[in-house]
Design a protein around this ligand. Structure first.
Ligand SMILES: [Zn+2]
Length: 64
């Protein structure tokens, strides 16, 4: 199990990101819920990947 699960919070809604939730990963490796990304009026960085958080955990070693 990844220790980061339940501790990593989305900057837009401040809730922990769950493994089965769809997220965007931006160019500075911020994990953001997809559902809030478009709603938020905040300026955002370009996205480099998208998909379930679980996929990011497995794909990017910096989460481990
Ligand atoms: Zn969120």
């Amino acid at each position: 199990m990844f220790e980061i699960v339940g501790r990593l919070c989305c900057p837009l809604c401040s809730n922990p990101v769950q493994p089965d939730e769809k997220v965007f990963l931006d160019i500075i490796n911020t994990v953001i819920h997809q559902k809030y990304y478009y709603k938020s009026p905040r300026r955002k960085l370009p996205i480099k990947d998208e998909g379930p958080f679980q996929k990011m955990l497995l794909k990017y070693l910096f989460f481990q």
